[in-house]
Write a new protein. Structure first.
Lengths: 279, 337
């Protein structure tokens, strides 16, 4: 044969199948561990390809500056008095838009061979999805922090204080994580990553703009005003404004959390089922 | 819930497995029985249904009909048990491109329930054994095809599963790397693993597999040891080349008369191949040919190759079958995506 040394494997003898302790169930503990490991994988990937953080770093800066200086004078008389209304609005819009990327990246990821291996491992079925979504909360945290910092630099002084701002940020991150399950679902069922992007933007654009994020609802024509007042985005924006500007936790806060929980309860099982069928 | 395994020597048992993609019956009633501790080769051209069969056995696809058991555990009813018993190395490297080799193995190890330290130690061991230590920290984008395959196989060995599926483990590898992969597979079996591999290379099945199933158009068309299969086309074959192509008909008649078998004519070079069960009779044939004034430019005896097995069983060479079903293959690829 050849002169090349063969690959040595002197592995210990394999335990026969009949002597193994086997279970057809994955425990909750294993599900959590698998999810954390998959989230770790997501973080390592972000570290390896930092360019994919452009949208969560540059977009908040540009959007905040743009909207403040374009609409500030028209809506609130001047930029500074527009900020308490604008910053929560733009925060919600930016972070939720960011969660679309979760869906497209999941789609791209799933097309790679490594997902075949994940499917063949004895792990919780949900872990490759929940891990990816959990890792993406880092992206939302970055977008949230940058939006607030840009706001402060422009002269935004949230009256609620630091703790309230932090709570508002966490609320937005939690709700975006919940909403990212919707895009994860599209990511799993769509044929290509670009179609995920297309569908998601088509839904998000009207949803975020037909809300109270940028303008007072009473300035809208009646049908739009009705839509904006029932729009869940409006409730989230109001919850953030209440918290950051007054330190108040009101009905909108709980409504947002409830909405987020409902989204997860509906879309997480749907997504996992679609993912399993995709195999 | 812990299920107890009934003692079973069969690592894989498949009965009438069927998978349909649209109107393409990719797998059309496959039966397999693989003894524990052996290497089983599934041989067939592109698009024959090899990968689809493995995907069903490895719980990556649900069978449309039929059933399959891995060490007595049904793949549809106890998928998670089956996953604890198998390692899968797919046709396309199933490792993470953006991560390093170590990171890949660490993550798979953690997913398999190893502690951080165990995973690190195992990853280090495997990387060393597969000569990947030098490249361990580099992202896989810079890996060669052979390195990727080795890492892929290493990842399948982390949990030391008793059954390993290798889907075309050497497709696209250079001869040297291929030889290394073969050695690795042999050593795996020495540790007690069962290996089920698919291949389109006839010599690979011949070299490695204890038993072989020849699969074509989603069906098992022949099954047995390499020797069984070769015996089915005769012990050896006699190859004759005429100096005058016009003589081939007479020569074929003489072969039928003297050896009692039908020769196959390869049209491009007036060459006849005939199964030869009794070498003594060849002398008679040669005398008959000389008396008939048929001159030979070449005469040789060849041990049968699995190529001929394939030709005999399916009625066409393996290569032709590959082009034949290329469109069917493309269809199933699309479904995979």
């Amino acid at each position: 044969m050849s002169a090349i040394a063969p690959t040595r494997i002197d592995l210990t003898p394999i335990t026969p199948a009949s002597e193994r302790r086997l279970s057809n169930r994955t425990s909750l503990r294993q599900t959590v561990e698998n999810t954390l490991t998959m989230a770790y994988r997501g973080l390592v990937k972000i570290r390896r390809t930092p360019e994919q953080l452009v949208d969560v770093t540059v977009q908040p800066i540009i959007f905040t500056l743009m909207f403040a200086y374009i609409f500030g004078g028209a809506i609130a008389g001047n930029v500074e008095s527009y900020l308490p209304a604008l910053i929560p609005g733009i925060l919600v819009q930016t972070v939720i838009t960011t969660s679309v990327v979760t869906g497209t990246q999941l789609r791209e990821d799933m097309d790679k061979g490594v997902f075949d291996r994940f499917r063949s491992l004895p792990i919780a079925r949900i872990a490759p999805l929940s891990g990816a979504l959990l890792a993406d909360t880092l992206r939302y945290a970055i977008a949230t922090s940058i939006t607030f910092v840009v706001g402060f630099l422009m002269g935004y002084h949230p009256a609620g204080g630091f703790g309230a701002v932090l709570a508002a940020g966490l609320l937005v991150i939690a709700c975006s994580w919940a909403i990212s399950w919707i895009f994860a679902f599209f990511g799993v069922i769509a044929r290509t990553a670009s179609s995920v992007q297309g569908i998601s933007m088509l839904i998000l654009f009207p949803l975020t703009f037909l809300s109270n994020a940028y303008v007072p609802i009473d300035s809208l024509p009646a049908p739009l005003a009705w839509f904006a007042s029932v729009n869940p985005i409006s409730h989230l924006v109001t919850a953030v404004r209440d918290l950051a500007n007054a330190g108040v936790i009101a009905g909108d806060f709980w409504a947002s959390l409830l909405g987020a929980a409902v989204i997860v309860l509906v879309f997480a099982p749907l997504t996992v089922r679609a993912y399993m069928r995709k195999a | 819930m812990t299920t107890s395994t009934s003692p079973s020597t069969l690592a894989v048992r498949a009965e009438s497995l069927v998978k349909v993609f649209g109107d393409n019956r990719a797998v059309d009633g496959v039966d397999l029985a693989v003894d524990a501790g052996t290497v089983y080769g599934v041989l067939g051209p592109n698009g024959a249904g090899k990968t689809t069969t493995i995907n069903m056995l490895a719980t990556l696809m649900r069978p449309d009909a039929g059933r399959a058991e891995i060490f007595g555990h049904d793949v549809s009813r106890e998928p998670n048990v089956v996953r604890q018993l198998i390692g899968v190395t797919g046709q396309f490297a199933s490792v993470d491109e953006t991560l390093s080799a170590t990171e890949n193995l660490m993550i798979f190890g953690r997913l398999l329930g190893l502690t951080c330290n165990e995973a690190k130690r195992k990853a280090g061991d495997l990387l060393e054994r597969f000569s990947l230590t030098d490249a361990a920290r580099r992202p896989l984008k810079k890996f060669s095809g052979g390195m990727r395959r080795r890492l892929d196989l290493a990842a399948s060995l982390l949990a030391q599963p008793p059954l390993i599926f290798l889907d075309e483990p050497t497709t696209g590898l250079d001869p040297r790397t291929r030889g290394q992969m073969w050695d690795t597979i042999r050593e795996l079996v020495a540790t007690g693993s069962t290996v089920l591999l698919t291949t389109q290379y006839l010599d690979e099945a011949d070299q490695l597999a204890d038993r072989i199933a020849v699969i074509d158009h989603g069906r098992v068309v022949a099954e047995g040891t390499a020797d069984d299969l070769k015996a089915s086309v005769g012990t050896s074959s006699l190859i004759l080349r005429m100096s005058d192509p016009a003589d081939v008909d007479d020569a074929l008649r003489a072969i039928a008369q003297v050896l009692g078998v039908r020769g196959t004519l390869s049209p491009e070079a007036a060459r006849i191949t005939a199964p030869m069960s009794d070498p003594d009779r060849v002398t008679d044939l040669l005398i008959t040919l000389r008396e008939a004034g048929i001159h030979l430019t070449e005469m040789s005896v060849q041990k049968p190759t699995l190529d001929e097995v394939f030709l005999t069983i399916t009625g066409r060479p393996a290569d032709a079958a590959a082009t034949d079903s290329a469109s069917a293959d493309a269809a199933s690829e699309e479904v995979r995506a």
